[in-house]
Design a protein around this ligand. Sequence first.
Ligand code: SF4
Length: 86
Amino acid sequence: MTTEYRVRLDREACDGVFACLVRDDRFVEAADGLAGIEGGSSDLAATSDGGTETVAAFDDDRLDDARQAASACPVDAIDVTVVGDE
Ligand code: SF4
């Protein structure tokens, strides 16, 4: 079963611990040493507080992987939202 969901990564909060990478290989180390998201349709957006975030939209069966990455992140930089649940 596929689910449509969005993964938001707050790159301001991220401190490059990379606990997320081992839970979900769509999280990758970006050139600046912080995490990035691969695949999906992603976007770099400025946040209201001047930081940047990456938002990627997916429609697949890997929602649990994304959620595990989110709960593994020690600084809560990853947010997973199921489309329609907002
Ligand atoms: S686990 Fe969190 S802090 Fe660590 S790299 Fe991933 S998003 Fe960044």
